[in-house]
Design a protein around this ligand. Sequence first.
Ligand code: DX5
Ligand code: ZN
Length: 240
Amino acid sequence: MTRTTSTAATTSRPPRILAPSILSADFGRLAEDVKKVEEAGADWIHVDVMDGHFVPNLTIGPAVTEAVRRITLLPIDVHLMIESPERFVEAFAGAGADRITVHQEVCPHLNRVMDQIREAGALPGVALNPSTPVSTLSEVVGDLDLLLIMTVNPGFGGQSFLTSSLGKVARARALLDQRGTGRAHLQVDGGVDDSTIGLCAEAGADSFVAGSAVYGHADGAQAGVAALRKALSQVNERRA
Ligand code: DX5
Ligand code: ZN
């Protein structure tokens, strides 16, 4: 199976990415639910992994990731909300993850984990909880392929977007512009829907995770993707 490439690394800013989270999918119909968003034009499939320690919820692991790998050619974007993520990097990369994002809060040796992710064949990302400042990444930002600003406290789908995180997205944008590689995505995750996605884009995000706005859409997941795409297209870009 040939995978699609993630994104071009040649432009000064990566393209905008819609990444539906399968956390809100029907796990009994997972293949169908992944296909639906693929056909609707989703760019990546976001896989939320929770361990019941770092966050108060348990979700899925490498086996389900591997199952998703078999049913789609889209890049798989794994978000590890787990303690000691270095124990599972190879398992998720081996299961087919194209990107692996770990939380800053559980990685005292971030450089080491990012190297480990790259050596395992995936692209490394780092996520920040709402209470963790952007400045904690100032020394590693040049090595990142993705910086994830959590726009809810992680653990559950369907929470309300924290408007206070918009300023943080803008600060992350500034840090990436000043010291990033140009290829790193700035991702937002949590409470992203057709009323908040534009605000995130205006603040500088270019990768958008959405669970309930996609799979909970009244007219189905395909309509959910279309609504987000439409809201994004209406954003008056403030790109240089
Ligand atoms: C939050 C997860 C998210 C979440 C998104 O803990 O990382 O990916 O499931 O779900 P919504 O879009 O419903 O907030
Ligand atoms: Zn997530």
